[in-house]
Design a protein around this ligand. Structure first.
Ligand code: GLN
Ligand code: ZN
Length: 778
């Protein structure tokens, strides 16, 4: 019998119940037992839902109050010392510090383990939060484990065992999910000089062995060990660690299903096949081309979990296409040791399409969220066991939807296709070299040395958010809302003039989100009501859905930028989101290459750029904060991606006259390895976030001899502390050591929308003072 399996279900709840509960707990509005009960209710509901969907292999321990990597850190007891040492802190709130949490618990107010856990994720009064970073190439962020010299591990949380038993008590036999030890170590960070996290494997394995043995005792017959690093380029020591780890763990453990996802096994296939485990999961969506190789590489007695339903998007699976892969597997290995599964955990998909009551029915008929994807998995498993006829209606419906989608005029826009076909190298190239453009721009703007500007957004105050919500609910008229936004914009312009900033921005008050704002105005985009996915902790995002050819029916930002420019004599910077970032932060159609969809967006942005220029906006910023994160997981694929991503930016930007200055902005990413591509964007000015690294980041720009102008962020917008003028002058001096003085702009790290005006004003005042001090010196 072929089984239907799942690797993980979204824990956030169809109505974002987990967010409500955790945030209420953080505010002190509910107590720990209430939060724990909310978690248990979600788990029970999700197990039941999976059972009802026909899933045979249901995961447990895929639930988390914050993050599965942090759960693993809590499980192996790798609590960074600073969270245990802040005993003298005087917390004002139960989760203010570890000791505070303990005290609160003693007073019956809190749950120490839980509060310590949240302190690690979010920081406490005395200890800054652990770092967070992107989970592979997803938009999910995990808490990075930290290790120190002499690091010890100890089984410190029984969550995996408790949740297995909890499900069992509800009559559901689950397969517990753990982050595998090697992925856990590879994704961690050593905080002591000279420490290699992999060297901790020997110390770590006994804790894993203890946990696995306990799971076995509790009745688990299988565990799922997630080792998604198998989809990365691995070093020899990493491969050796995998072999060592599973050799050590297998004797103590229930049967082990090693799960790799987000890509192919590639040259790691033999490493995986040699592990002494009983099952392997393969991502047959991204790895469809290697399925035959996987089939022949795996010993016949192993269980193969075939991930044929895409866990990373919102599209319905073409069951016929998926079944074709399953048939190949059955032919090669028979149907008995076979499981049908999503390609990866479903936490990267929204929860339930049934809750989308406003989505237009045609689009909805093409889509599937986590719950619907499980029905697809189940139907495929039944088809494998009993033949398609047993689930004939599911196959027919899928086929009908696939054909309707393919033929729908809403997807294809011949004009867009024709434009793409006629794009030439010339369209991607500015008319003159940077040097020639620079001379014209200098003459046109007459800016001082070390010109000051900001990244775009100004505080989205309570008033701004309230007005937007009221307008959205229909309680505020278009006219009243427009008037309100104009007033906010004017206020922002006046403040910038008073601060004596050189290049102004309009403030982005009319924007909810830098991608959604454009998606709402472009054709080919749809929006869901509840299509939330977890980004980190209690932060969820609701990405737009790109379903069809993208085009721009009319100008999107010209009115706001022109209005703002009309208020001032100083240059006003137009503000756009770049094509790669729009692509990266959306659910993208799966029926054409991402590069083509990106080109379409680029053409729409290009039209906007040219309309802004026509309207007299002479500086235009095209933000690409997500350019780096689109980088494929395997080095062999980097070049191709960077080529089309850079070309898309250039297609958006290059249509303007020499005297029009193109800015771009990037933040919170590693720049070093993509310097040539950043230079190839050929933006006249790039602003980047650097204050975190104390200008060290600039090394890559100076080593590379980056030719164009740069605004290294001099002020960390996440810090509640107001940076002093001297701090910023010091940073600028450091920048001057690495860059030519006439290359340097002065700006904050990123947009200021999350700050308050009371914080922003003095900080910018100091920033301008720092720039002026540099001019005196320059
Ligand atoms: N222009 C945007 C802003 O200021 C840029 C945001 C970003 O880099 N993520 O908000
Ligand atoms: Zn930014």
């Amino acid at each position: 019998m072929t089984k239907a399996a799942n690797l993980g279900f979204p824990r956030i709840g169809a109505k974002r119940e987990l967010k409500q509960a955790t945030e209420a707990y953080w505010k002190g509005a509910i107590d720990a037992p209430a939060l724990l009960a909310a978690g248990a209710a979600l788990r029970a509901r999700h197990w039941q839902l999976q059972k009802e969907a026909g899933i045979d292999v249901i995961p447990s321990n895929d639930f988390s109050f914050y993050d599965q990597m942090l759960d693993m850190t809590a499980t192996v007891g790798a609590i960074p010392p600073r969270f245990l040492a802040d005993a003298d802190a005087k917390p004002t709130h139960p989760n203010g510090s570890a000791r505070g949490a303990m005290e609160a618990a003693a007073n019956g107010q809190g749950n120490p383990a839980l509060d310590l856990y949240f302190a690690m994720a979010r920081g406490s009064k005395a200890a800054p939060a652990m770092e967070m970073t992107k989970w592979f190439d997803t938009n999910y962020h995990y808490i990075v484990p930290e290790f120190y010299k002499g690091q010890a591990f100890k089984l410190s949380s029984r969550k995996a065992i408790d949740e297995f038993k909890e499900a069992k008590a509800l009559g559901i036999h689950t397969r517990p999910v753990l982050i595998g030890p090697v992925t856990y170590l590879v994704l961690s960070k050593a905080k002591s000089e000279g420490l290699d996290p992999l060297s901790l494997l020997d110390t770590l394995l006994p804790v894993y062995a203890e946990l696995l043995a306990e799971l076995k005792t509790a009745g688990a017959d299988w565990v799922q060990m997630d080792e998604p690093i198998l989809a990365l380029d691995l070093t020899q020591p990493q491969r050796r660690a995998l072999r060592l780890a599973y050799k050590h763990l297998a004797p103590h453990a229930p049967k082990i299903m090693v799960a790799s996802y987000f890509g192919t096994y590639g040259d790691n296939l033999s490493v995986a096949a040699d592990l002494p485990v009983q099952g392997h999961h393969v991502d047959a969506v991204r790895g469809w081309a290697e399925v035959d190789k996987v089939l022949s590489a795996l010993p016949a007695e192993r269980t193969l979990s075939l991930g044929v339903v895409d866990g990373r998007n919102v599209w319905r699976t073409n069951l016929w296409g998926a079944f074709e892969i399953i048939e190949r597997a059955m032919k090669a290995r028979g149907g008995d040791n076979l499981q049908i599964a999503p390609s990866c955990s479903l936490i990267h998909a929204p929860v339930d399409l049934d809750n989308e009551t406003k989505l237009d029915p045609e689009l909805k008929s093409w889509m599937a969220f986590a719950k619907q994807k499980l029905h697809e998995v189940a139907a495929l498993a039944v088809a494998a066991s009993k033949g398609q006829a047993a689930v004939g209606t599911a196959f027919e419906a899928s086929d009908k939807a696939a054909r309707a989608r393919e033929a729908s005029p809403r997807i294809h826009n011949p004009e867009v296709a024709a434009r793409i076909e006629h794009v030439t190298e010339q369209d991607l190239t500015r008319r003159s070299s940077f040097q020639a453009r620079r001379a014209k721009q200098r003459a046109a703007f007459g800016l001082p040395a070390f010109p000051t500007t900001t990244i775009g957004s100004f505080p989205q105050t309570e008033a701004v958010r309230k007005a937007r919500a009221a307008h959205k609910r229909g309680e505020m008229s278009d006219a009243a809302y427009g008037e309100f936004l104009r007033e906010e914009t004017e206020k922002a312009v006046r403040i910038q003039e008073e601060l004596d900033i050189d290049v102004l921005v309009h403030g982005e008050f009319e924007r909810n989100d830098m991608v959604e704002y454009f998606g709402e105005q472009l054709s080919g985009f749809a929006f869901t009501q509840n299509g939330w996915v977890q980004s980190y902790g209690s932060r969820y995002v609701k990405p737009p859905v790109i379903f069809g050819d993208v085009s721009r029916p009319k100008p999107m930002t010209v009115e706001w930028s022109s209005y703002a420019q009309s208020l001032t004599k100083r240059p006003m910077k137009g503000m756009l989101t770049g094509p790669v970032t729009i692509l990266q932060w959306s659910f993208v159609r799966d029926d054409q290459p991402r590069s083509v969809t990106c080109q379409q967006i680029a053409l729409a942005i290009r039209d906007e750029v040219l309309d802004l220029e026509k309207a007299g906006i002479r500086l235009i910023q095209i933000d690409e904060p997500a350019l780096r994160e689109g980088l494929p997981l395997r080095a062999a694929e980097h070049e191709a991606y960077l080529k089309w991503a850079v070309d898309c930016f250039r297609l958006a930007a290059a249509g303007v006259a020499d005297a029009t200055q193109i800015h771009t902005h990037m933040c919170y990413c590693e720049f070093n390895d993509i310097m040539p591509s950043i230079a190839a964007l050929d933006a006249d000015v790039i602003s980047i976030e650097t204050s975190r690294s104390d200008m060290e980041l600039l090394e890559s720009f100076s080593d590379f001899k980056y030719p164009n102008e740069i605004g290294p962020g001099v002020y960390d917008i996440h810090s509640p502390r107001c940076p002093g003028a001297q701090d910023m002058t010091a940073l600028l001096k450091k920048a001057k050591e690495r860059l030519a003085p006439d290359q340097i702009w002065v700006n904050p790290d990123c947009g200021l929308k999350t700050r308050r005006w009371e914080e922003v004003k003095p900080a910018l005042e100091n920033m301008v003072a720092a720039a002026k001090a540099m001019r005196g010196r320059a």
